[in-house]
Design a protein around this ligand. Structure first.
Ligand code: FES
Ligand code: FES
Length: 152
């Protein structure tokens, strides 16, 4: 149950390998073994969205995926390419306060805009419903998503 396994996966377009415990999360492996601390670790229960990454094109909470399950798969983290315009929109809209939630929101927003380039209010709310922010009250976050959509 607690053996170690070697995993090999593509992260942000690069082939990477890591030696992980069977039970450890992808989030832990990214942050502690692969030098990618951008995905944040808050609840570790799939409730805050701060650890959001793209796994084979789908938005997931990296804390809920075992590192071993990602073996052979493709992961994109907030450090990866393609998030710059979303990040910029968050800064310009004033949607970053403490910033802890921002990486997860940026990844979730990029995933939304890929599927729905011109989302309406309900679609934005729904897409970001898994991402908690304790600081902003969300209005500025929704502004940031609209700004990113306009520019995409
Ligand atoms: S740390 Fe993964 S959802 Fe909160
Ligand atoms: S800016 Fe602080 S939690 Fe969102």
């Amino acid at each position: 149950m607690h053996g170690r396994v070697k995993i090999s996966l593509t992260i942000n377009g690069e082939r990477r390998e890591a030696d992980v415990w069977e039970g450890e999360s992808l989030l832990f492996a990214l942050r502690e073994r692969l030098g990618l601390p951008g995905s944040k670790n808050a609840c570790e229960q799939g409730e805050c969205g701060s650890c959001s990454v793209i796994l084979d094109g789908e938005l997931v909470c990296a804390c809920l995926v075992l590192a071993a399950q990602a073996d052979g798969h493709e992961v994109v983290t907030v450090e990866g390419p393609g998030f710059e315009h979303v990040q910029q929109a968050f800064v310009e809209a004033g949607a970053v306060q403490c910033g802890f939630c921002t990486p997860g929101l940026v990844v979730a927003t990029a995933a939304l805009l890929k599927q729905t380039p011109d989302p309406n209010e309900d679609e934005i709310r729904e897409a970001l419903s898994g991402n908690l922010c304790r600081c902003t009250g969300y209005a500025k976050i929704f502004d940031a998503v609209r700004l990113a959509a306009e520019r995409a």
